[in-house]
Ligand binder design. Structure first.
Ligand code: CO8
Length: 257
């Protein structure tokens, strides 16, 4: 399928999506959202794909929601159409998604990276929520996901001042899982995604669900949820295969059953 704003490829069991609006530093407009939903749906429907990498260019992962597209929006229209709610579907992807971030990840770009399961950043990455400089606030989850990722003090600093933080600060703050040199970024993300895709799909999906649940519930409920998922994995052929392979000192062959 041909896209106007994305470049989509497969690398073995990994789906790679590159945001591709270089003239606007990958600003997220409605076409990007429509196409991203299509690309996600296609990778989710494809049993051969076990994980997804979402990336941008060297200069920008995405410099935010498209300000030129948003500029004329009025309150009633924004409220009536629940503007930005389309992005919720991206955040609900079931297969693991790694954000590979180089350059600017600002506003909606930072929010999109945070909708992914984890972020691998290049040393050149810059994160920020500069919406305050435009007379608005984050609208795609920035005030909530950033606060959960880095805590209230730093989230408040970034959201109120609109300043950018570099990759080292983002890693120290817990927003970013790994920082790598710019020329290693894609390799690192594809290798991590290939590793995830090599495991039993069922345990991967459940692992993701369990970690996500930690963000949303009490410790007691979260522990109960984890335990139930853990128990249920003993009903899978992949658990038998994984443990047999360990005992027999060989590599497991998961059948996703
Ligand atoms: N939207 C549209 N176009 C953009 C955007 C954007 N977010 N960012 C950059 N561009 C365009 C520029 O307009 C420029 O286009 P042109 O050449 O036609 O003038 C081109 O990309 C290149 O940009 P610059 O020349 O500015 O490049 P620089 O390297 O000088 O600067 C920056 C790079 C610092 C990233 C700068 O482009 C910038 O500050 N961009 C805007 C960052 C920003 O404010 N992002 C937040 C956007 S708002 C948002 O994401 C969520 C809003 C929530 C609202 C909720 C409502 C319900």
């Amino acid at each position: 399928m041909a896209y106007e704003t994305l470049i989509v490829e497969t690398h073995g069991a990994v789906g790679l999506i590159r945001l591709n609006r270089p003239q606007a530093l990958n600003a997220l407009n409605s076409t990007v959202l429509t196409e991203l939903k299509q690309a996600y749906a296609a990778f989710h429907a494809d049993d051969a794909i076990g994980a997804i990498v979402l990336t941008g260019s060297e200069k920008a992962f995405a410099a935010g929601a498209d300000i030129k597209e948003m500029q004329a929006l009025d309150f009633v229209e924004a409220y009536k159409n629940d503007f930005f709610s389309g992005w919720d579907e991206i955040a609900k992807a079931r297969k693991p998604v790694i954000a590979a971030v180089s350059g600017f990840a600002l506003g909606g770009g930072c929010e999109l990276a945070m909708m992914c399961d984890f972020i691998i950043a290049s040393e050149t990455a810059k994160f920020g929520q500069p919406e305050i400089t435009l007379g608005v606030i984050p609208g795609m989850g920035g005030s909530q996901r950033l606060t959960r990722a880095v805590g209230g003090a730093k989230a408040m600093d970034l959201v109120l001042t609109g300043r950018m933080m570099d990759a080292a600060e983002a890693e120290r703050a817990g927003l970013v899982a790994r920082v790598v040199p710019a020329d290693k970024l894609l390799d690192e993300a594809l290798t991590a995604a290939a590793k995830i895709a090599s495991y039993s799909r069922t345990s991967v999906l459940m692992a993701k669900e369990a970690v996500n649940r930690a963000q949303e519930t009490t410790l007691e409920e979260g522990l109960r949820f984890e335990r139930r998922l853990f128990h249920s994995l003993f009903a899978t052929e992949d658990q038998k295969e994984g443990m047999a392979a360990f005992v027999e000192k060989r590599k497991p062959v998961f059948k996703n059953r």
